[in-house]
Design a protein around this ligand. Structure first.
Ligand SMILES: NC(=O)C1=CN([C@@H]2O[C@H](COP(=O)(O)OP(=O)(O)OC[C@H]3O[C@@H](n4cnc5c(N)ncnc54)[C@H](OP(=O)(O)O)[C@@H]3O)[C@@H](O)[C@H]2O)C=CC1
Ligand SMILES: O=C(CO)COP(=O)(O)O
Length: 326
């Protein structure tokens, strides 16, 4: 029997809700904590997340909660809040987590200002709890509806990653384990920024050839950045890197891609969470600090900041000197 009997999920957005149900499907008892009291109370009463994941009932094993005390006694905690709120959420959880209980970031982004990845935030805030990362191509709605998906779960101690993977896996959700925490996080953070760019290209109507070129050259940037920061090649080529980039940079179901499409069309984005818009600046700063060239990410950042227009970004990228592929 798994030693991870009770799982706490912090953050009842689309992904937190989907993961709570996935953990229940894997046989765990789940507490789903939500910081917004009104939203938490609606979940307690209706057992459906009408705001973020309509049409999906919470599994019987999932107990929604507004009070952070409810996470006490959990054997593992999934941290599923937007990246810019990870530090505050970890600090809130700290007094309620026993030593050695693993904390698993499921967010995809880099903290602005500190330029920290989520695992670095977790290590700083919860120094006595192993910091892990879960990432890969997985739309919350797909996972919540029981469609098959595969993600990677990484911990420095690969035995722990393997144990956690077994505890959360089900016939429709495969978890691959890894000891490459930073590698897994890099893919999730960088792909969102590239996906916004791919969305802009689609919104402008640059065509599918340009879309494919965007993914390949965007992946070259992700890989350069990833290896400079110590990510393993197999991780960057795997589910959390290439896999998630392909999903996010091609699908209108992606909020990051759709955000880009709106910009490309000169329309207003729909207001849904697009993590890439928050991470673009931090990604470019971190790339510069590590002397990594990321022209696509930089162009996306500059468009988002209003420094250049979409047309100027396209012109600049197309006018770059012709070189070998890498
Ligand atoms: N959706 C998906 O398909 C996937 C998402 N992810 C990642 O998971 C993370 C969460 O995304 P997702 O669940 O989709 O986001 P949603 O937009 O669905 O939900 C965001 C959640 O964060 C909460 N929140 C907002 N502000 C704060 C705060 N100050 N402190 C704590 N919580 C806050 C929101 O609460 P409120 O409603 O009260 O504002 C809400 O519960 C992101 O990093 C995303 O990239 C990863 C894989 C798949
Ligand atoms: O990370 C995701 C899929 O793996 C979700 O992507 P979006 O946040 O762009 O919707």
């Amino acid at each position: 029997m798994s030693s991870f009997r009770k799982i706490a999920v912090l953050g009842a957005g689309a992904w937190g809700t989907a993961l709570a149900n996935a953990a229940a499907r894997a046989g765990r008892e789940v507490v789903l904590w939500e910081f917004d009291e009104k939203q938490a109370n609606a979940l307690i009463k209706e057992r459906v997340n009408t705001l973020y994941l309509p049409g999906v009932k919470l599994a019987d094993e999932v107990t929604p909660a507004a009070d952070i005390h409810a996470i006490a006694g959990c054997d593992a905690a999934l941290m599923v809040v937007p990246a810019q709120h990870m530090r505050a959420t970890a600090a809130l959880a700290a007094p309620h987590l026993k030593k050695d209980v693993p904390v698993i970031s499921c967010a995809k982004g880099i903290e602005r200002g500190s330029l920290s990845f989520m695992s670095q935030i977790l290590r700083a805030t919860l120094p006595h709890n192993p910091a892990c990362a879960l990432s890969g191509p997985s739309f919350a709605a797909d996972v919540a509806h029981g469609l098959p998906a595969a993600v990677t779960l990484a911990a420095k101690d690969e035995w722990l990653a393997a144990d956690l993977s077994r505890a959360l896996a089900s016939p429709v959700l495969r978890l691959y384990h890894s000891d490459d925490v930073i590698g897994v996080e890099i893919g999730g953070a960088a792909k969102n920024v590239i996906a916004i760019g791919a969305g802009i290209a689609a919104g402008v109507g640059l065509g599918q050839s340009a879309g494919a070129a965007f993914i390949a050259r965007g992946f070259a940037e992700l890989r350069r950045f990833g290896s400079a920061l110590g990510g393993k090649p197999e991780t960057l080529m795997g589910l959390s890197g290439l896999g998630d980039l392909v999903l996010t940079a091609t699908s209108p179901q992606s909020r990051n891609f759709s955000y880009g499409v709106a910009i490309g069309k000169g329309a207003s984005p729909d207001g849904k969470l697009a993590e890439g818009a928050f991470t673009a600046q931090a990604l470019v700063e971190l790339a510069q600090k590590n002397h990594v060239e990321m022209p696509i990410a930089t162009a996306v950042r500059d468009v988002l900041d209003g420094k250049i227009t979409v047309s100027q970004a396209i012109e600049t990228l197309l006018a770059r000197p012709l070189t070998s592929e890498e």
